[in-house]
Write a protein that binds this ligand. Structure first.
Ligand code: NAD
Length: 551
């Protein structure tokens, strides 16, 4: 019987599969379960609650074995983390096709999913867990950095220097906020009720200092802001108390958001309960705790709206705090927007999204060389340059060295082709796996997040991710995945992903050019179809064909 054991992707150029395309899938599957990368590798859980890379250890072993023997004209089919077939295809076809967590509409809820999961029939694939392209916390850091860069571009002349951002939640993902703000040269004031969350972030150099009190925090923040010096400050307390207090003090806050775990009312600390008693209180009386948490969220959101009324830039960061506050009866909860319609959608219109790549050699120097290539390819993009430079200095690799940055239509293919040339010339020690998050411009239907408030009301139309997966298959991606659920849960999203391997061959170059053009092209056409002007200009300028605009 196969069971839990430490897994680590091999490094170097010796192949255990019949070609680099298969080897890449094998190494990235193993890399997702590397203890440096995965949250609970013994349970095959990579990240995001229960997001898994394989359904069970037997399935994992079968996938490894199959990938090792897979020919250049064969494709392995994966159904929710289990290999279910090998079929003869052709050399342009993906070597792996993956479908994870998909359920028929009326059955697409947690209860049914859990029932089927308990029967061993499915698994939760999250976004990049079951599609083997998770690269650790760098992805969260970069996404958060990009969001704050977009806030800066929209409202503050391209920099957060001289501004103060107020937020709460320094947990697994929220902990990226302070560093993302300081990387944009701003000041971040971050509230968390858990002293360990603050200490951990300081230890990992995501947070600069801990203030002794709210007054102290505000003094540090205004001094740094006046000197236009980046600084992040942690302050201990309950956001449902401190945010209203700051509003009452007329604190000079420019930007307000929140990343407490509001999506789960049992994980949000209500006012009047000590942090130490939180777990007990939630376990003893979940219904009473939920009501109190929602009531506190209503006060928290009311204060955020107060800051908005006073002129601050306020947005929801995808944690459902507006929805929870509304459930508590606060009727202005949706007065401020979610982060996608507010800042990210214009980027999506340009086909921009989280492009990433991993060095199969295992050598950090390969990533340093690709970083340099990106800087040379896009000399005019200042925010990209700042990110790549700072990531080079501050991001510790987890598992295989990897990099993420946001690139748009007409950019990803140029980067991919350059990378393939670098592999061919021997400048890189081994091939690269080039992929992306499922959270991308044309690959998701998710009415609470990526497709919230679409211009034409098409938020829940899920044809787009299906077309995205199909076009990536047709264009020559190395593996393609189609998932349900992701970060927002069952019934709430459908999303697709692709990974394409730059192995230095001319064939890989041809595939990369098509995949990395057509994949972000889906973002452009999806937003043209919804009526976005920016997407129309991008389509016109860069030659993206949209039949309904021709003739
Ligand atoms: P987490 O559970 O690791 O951390 C949450 C933190 O909030 C904890 O440190 C906790 O102590 C703190 N907290 C809880 N109640 C509080 C209160 N009343 N006052 C102050 N602090 C409080 O969660 P996470 O992984 O950091 O994610 C946070 C939330 O952000 C989730 O809801 C997640 O879904 C959302 N999120 C969304 C996106 C996105 O849409 N792109 C990205 C990242 C996170």
């Amino acid at each position: 019987m196969s069971g839990p054991r430490p897994v680590r992707a091999p490094r170097g150029t010796e192949l255990s599969a019949l070609g680099w395309q298969q080897e890449a899938a094998l190494r990235m599957l193993q890399n997702n379960l590397d203890p440096e990368v995965a949250e609970h590798p013994d349970q095959l859980v990579v990240y995001g609650g229960t997001g898994k890379a394989a359904r069970d250890w037997r399935s994992f072993d079968a996938m490894v074995r199959t990938l090792q023997g897979l020919k250049q004209d064969e494709t392995m089919l994966v159904q929710s983390g289990r290999p279910v077939g090998v079929m003869q295809t052709h050399e342009w076809a993906p070597r792996v096709l993956i479908a994870n967590s998909n359920l028929v509409g009326d059955w697409a809820n947690w209860e049914e999913f859990r029932r089927l999961e308990a029967l061993g029939l499915t698994m939760y694939g999250q976004m990049t867990a079951g599609s083997w392209i998770y690269i650790g916390t760098q992805g969260i850091l970069q996404g958060t950095y990009e969001t704050f860069a977009a806030v800066a571009a929209k409202k503050f002349g391209g920099t957060l220097a001289g501004t103060i951002t107020l937020t709460a939640g320094l947990g697994g993902m929220g902990g990226a906020q302070p560093l993302a703000v300081t990387m944009n040269d701003g000041v971040a004031l971050c509230i968390d009720c858990d002293p360990r969350a603050i200490d951990r972030r300081i230890e990992h150099r995501y947070l600069d200092v801990r203030a002794d009190s709210l007054d102290h925090a505000l003094r540090l923040a205004t001094e740094a802001r006046d000197a236009r010096r980046p600084l992040s400050i942690g302050v201990l307390g309950n956001a449902a108390e401190l945010v209203p207090q700051l509003l009452a003090m007329d604190a000079p806050i420019d930007i307000v958001t929140d990343q407490t775990s509001a999506h789960d009312p049992l994980a949000y600390l209500p006012v009047g309960i000590a942090f130490e008693d939180m777990a007990d209180a939630a376990a003893k009386d979940p219904a009473g705790f939920t009501a109190r948490a929602r009531e506190s969220m209503a006060r928290h959101v009311e204060a955020m709206v107060g800051f908005m009324d006073a002129g601050a830039e306020v947005f929801d960061y995808g944690n459902s705090i507006r929805g929870e506050a509304r459930l508590a009866g606060y009727d202005r909860a949706f007065a401020f927007p979610g982060f996608v319609p507010a800042y990210i959608r214009p980027l999506f219109c340009e086909g921009k999204g989280p492009f990433r790549w991993a060095a199969l050699s295992g050598e950090a120097s390969d990533i340093a060389r690709t970083d340099k290539a990106i800087l040379e390819l896009f000399p005019e993009n200042e925010s990209l340059h700042r990110w790549i430079r700072m990531a080079g200095e501050r991001v510790h690799f987890q598992g295989l060295p990897a990099r993420i940055c946001w690139l748009g239509y007409g950019e990803r293919d140029r980067a991919g082709e350059r990378f393939n040339d670098m592999v061919a010339s021997g400048e890189l020690a081994a091939p690269l796996a080039i992929g992306r998050d499922h959270l991308d411009c044309g690959s998701v239907a998710s009415p609470y997040r990526e497709t919230e408030a679409m211009l034409d009301g098409s938020d829940a139309i899920a044809d787009w991710p299906l077309l995205n997966a199909m076009v990536n298959v047709a264009s020559g991606a190395s593996w393609v995945s189609l998932h349900h659920g992701g970060g927002v849960g069952m019934g709430r999203s459908i999303h697709a992903g692709q990974v394409t391997v730059a192995d230095g061959t001319p064939l890989a170059g041809e595939k990369i050019r098509r995949v990395l053009t057509n994949d972000p092209g889906m973002g452009v056409i999806r937003h043209v179809d919804a009526g976005y002007d920016i997407a129309e200009s991008v389509a016109d300028e860069r030659g993206v064909r949209v039949p309904m605009r021709e003739g």
